[in-house]
Design a protein around this ligand. Structure first.
Ligand code: GLU
Length: 507
């Protein structure tokens, strides 16, 4: 019987989730859903030194905001928990012991100071120290000490670590589902620490044991973990659990907008775009990093943009809902080389999703924004306004930039336009138009336009002479949608009031 696809997103709670991390979660989610499988969230918090308060809650909230809701995991239940590694601590010991027993791992008693000293000595010789097959025989470990000495050290409670004994000169060859055949020679690899005497496993052991115990079928993770793959493969082998071990896929890096180097947090700060899904406040420094959510991106735009960072459908299609992504996603179309992040494209996607929304939906989103400014309006009226300016906006907040004059009279008037368009007789003309407006009883765009046109023909005034000054009086600048629609929305009294006020202010 075919195994049910099970994948996991396994972040370490060392800070806010970078957008690269969200993309990893997304690709795992899409793969799981495409194959009718499960998507798990496992928190890898074995390195307590790097634990950052609030990071786990942030990760969970970010996944929810993105619509990447796990089927199992921290905060989501499931039968194979706990899903937080620190709570699984007692489970790992026996795996470490079995590796010692079958000779795949050994105790090492070298102190941090001794290893530091060695590093320095190597540095002097312009070499890099590594605990590996070349050095292990000269160091303080259960390969070099007698069984009695080892026993004594263990009994006396001396600190130790358990290291993997990397086999000599073996080629580890694996078919990565994205990269194809990848091979490593074990002579290039060091003896990684798997377990510490405080009873905590390191990432490598915990990760492999948990993927096994949680029946993970596919590991889909960032490229930075590719060098760990041969060790993980050897761990499955040495633990005797290779049979059902997961298949590996390593996602390409996300590159800076200029196309070189990994996208970092600092790039966002420098160039003014978010790198994190949600705003993050550093608990220690209080520093704020902006988030896509708080910057006004729709989650569907963020997800659509992320999906195309390193994956392409093989067609020209660029807009995908989550369901469409699930339908067409496959690992074969994930590229090997880095994917360049383009902040302008992110905005472009947001613009698209904003245009997809109905004026009623957008009015609902804009309403609280106006409330905060102390402006009250009713939703029907707001919906009509939004419908008039929606196509000029990328973000909900742009509705204010594009439409503030619907709610507040301008406090100043664009000087350049005054210079160009406010002629000596403009005041007089506008006053008589205000008088005309007084006489209009049916205040809607069409009726106003009709009276206005008749009036203009009678007076033999060109539209061009008065339209820009009236717009200036109503809006404060020369921008905005159809002027007659603005008259209707703002209302008769307000329209006339603004025209008269402009005539007073602009002389
Ligand atoms: N805890 C690792 C991380 O923070 C997980 C890597 C993996 O998926 O194996 O990315």
């Amino acid at each position: 019987m075919e195994r049910k696809v099970r994948v996991r997103f396994a972040p370490s709670p060392t800070g806010p989730l970078h957008m690269g991390g969200v993309r990893t979660a997304l690709f795992n989610y899409l793969f799981a859903k495409k194959h009718g499988g499960d998507f798990l969230l496992r928190i890898e918090d074995t390195d307590q030194n790097r634990f950052v308060p609030g990071a786990e809650a942030y990760i969970i909230e970010a996944l929810k905001w993105c619509g990447l809701v796990p089927d199992e995991g921290v905060g989501f239940g499931g039968d194979l928990g706990p899903y937080r590694q620190s709570e699984r601590k007692p489970m790992y010991r026996k795996y470490a012991d079995s590796l010692i027993e079958n000779g795949s791992a050994y105790y090492a008693f070298d102190t941090a100071e001794e290893l530091d000293q060695l590093r320095k000595e190597f540095e002097v010789r312009r070499e890099v120290f590594s605990y590996d097959l070349h050095t292990r025989d000269g160091l303080k470990n259960s390969l070099t000490l007698s069984a009695k000495e080892v026993e004594e050290k263990l009994q006396s409670g001396q600190h130790y670590v358990i290291r993997f004994k990397m086999p000599v000169n073996r080629d580890i060859v694996e078919e990565d589902l994205i990269r194809g055949r990848v091979s490593f020679n074990t002579n290039q690899l060091d003896d990684k620490v798997l377990f510490k005497s405080d009873g905590m496993p390191t990432y490598h052991l915990a990760n492999v044991v948990d993927d096994h115990l949680m029946n993970i079928t596919h590991v889909i993770r960032g490229e930075e973990w590719l060098p760990s793959m041969p060790l993980h493969i050897l761990l499955y082998e040495s633990l005797g659990i290779s049979e059902n071990r997961p298949q590996f896929s390593h996602l390409p890096l996300i590159l800076k907008p200029e196309g070189k180097g990994k996208l970092s947090k600092r790039d966002g700060d420098k160039m003014g775009f978010p790198v994190f899904p949600l705003l993050w406040k550093d608990p220690e420094t209080g520093d704020i990093s902006r988030g896509y959510r708080e910057d006004g991106y729709f989650p569907e735009a963020f997800i659509n943009m992320l999906a195309l960072l390193g994956w392409s459908p093989g067609t020209e299609q660029e807009f995908f809902s989550m369901d469409e992504l699930i339908e067409v996603f496959d690992l074969a179309h994930v590229v090997k080389s880095g994917a360049r992040f383009d902040p302008a494209k992110a905005k472009w996607f947001n613009r698209h999703y904003l245009q997809q929304k109905t004026p009623a939906e957008l009015a609902g989103l804009f309403f609280p924004f106006l409330n905060e400014k102390g402006i009250s309006t009713d939703l029907d009226h707001l919906e009509q306004i939004v419908g008039m300016i929606q196509d000029r906006c990328e973000f909900v907040k742009d509705l204010w930039e594009q439409g503030h004059y619907f709610f507040l009279a301008p406090e100043s008037y664009d000087e350049k336009i005054i210079q160009k368009k406010w002629k000596p007789d403009t005041n007089e003309k506008l006053q008589s138009i205000a008088e005309l407006f007084e006489t209009i009883t049916e205040w809607n765009a069409e009726a106003i336009k009709e009276s206005f046109s008749t009036f203009m023909t009678e007076k033999e005034w060109g539209f061009g002479v008065v339209m820009v000054p009236i717009r200036l009086a109503l809006v404060g600048s020369s921008s905005g949608p159809d002027l007659f629609a603005i008259f209707e929305m703002i209302g008769k009294e307000e329209t006339i009031g603004r025209i008269r006020k402009a005539c007073l202010v602009i002389q």
